[in-house]
Design a protein around this ligand. Sequence first.
Ligand code: NAD
Ligand code: MG
Length: 380
Amino acid sequence: MKHVAILGSTGSIGTQALDVVKAHPDRFALYGVSAHSREDAFLALVQAERPRRAVFSRPINAAVPGVAFSFGEEALCDLAADPQVDIVVLAVSGIAALMPLLAALRAGKRVAIANKESLVCGGDLVREALRQGGGELLPVDSEQSAIFQCLQNGRREEVEKLILTASGGPFFQRKREELKDITPAQAVKHPTWSMGRKISLDSATLMNKGLEVMEAARLFGFSGDEIDVLIHPQSLIHSMVAYRDGTVMANLSRADMRLPIQYAMTYPERVPSPARPLKLYEQPSLTFIRPDMDRFPALKMAYFCLKAGGGCPVVYNGANERAAELFFAGELGFLEIEESVAYALDGFVNRPMTGLDDILAADGEARRLVDAFQRTRSFT
Ligand code: NAD
Ligand code: MG
């Protein structure tokens, strides 16, 4: 029996991870949950599931028999490293996942990681925490899970390319000029996946794919030159690995996150899942389009940041997180998201990241640069 802590339990990934835990009462027991907002939803979940521990980001009045409550970031890291926990499902959104990720890895946990921002920003720190604690990092992000599975068919030196597929988001067939007035409601309507609003927006701007290029580089140790992106609007192939003999291994399934979540939890075993099986004869034909880097600056900037290293990936992420907040608040336009990330990258003097303080400082600087961009725009 494995004890599971779901960090970010009220979100899109968090609730699906709970489905997986409940689908296998013989394997998994819910030990702890956390959330950051939507106190009512969180308390309802705790009341219904009765985990042993519950962590909320700020102090709240909560009493549920048998459940120990605690509050704040330290409590979140403490849950991630709790000696009773075997598997941490990291479903927190944003760079806020970095501290609990490091805590879990240092404590030697298996981390089923959905969060990509922490991998992009954490870089060497994550690798170091893995080495120190002897934990395991298993990808949940569908593209990375696909690559992880396809990589099991060969050795590192036999791999030519990782091919990340992208749905292209809701607007990939539109011209850039047509995107100026996109509203938050339009931007979060993803064509093939149902997800939290920040990642849905990131899919529309292609920032999500940019983050995933860097995430794949971090997880599997490949350079930007070895990672391609291919637009595949049907989201049936979740990603591929091209081997040097010309063979391409692809991973296909329905677009259901419970599959990669479960695989990260049961690996190396495969067990029946709550997802419906894929019937290829019911599916539309599959299409693939090479992305135009000039049409999608988010991708171009991600490759630039991966190559530049240092604080650039942190700035890419931090600027994008801040720009997304401003976009949802109606203070930045859709195209201004990528423009403000470019502005932040331009204003940032790159330097090596030697520890957590450097990362948090670069993140803060990126956010301030985006705010400065927004202010200059608001004057004109
Ligand atoms: P979501 O917004 O639906 O849920 C986020 C969860 O994290 C919530 O429980 C929220 O309370 C918590 N949270 C938010 N800010 C926090 C903070 N500062 N500190 C602690 N907890 C915080 O997000 P989601 O769509 O479930 O995505 C979660 C992560 O998984 C993201 O990093 C995303 O990129 C990644 N991911 C999601 C999907 C998907 O299908 N939703 C797929 C691949 C990867
Ligand atoms: Mg993904």
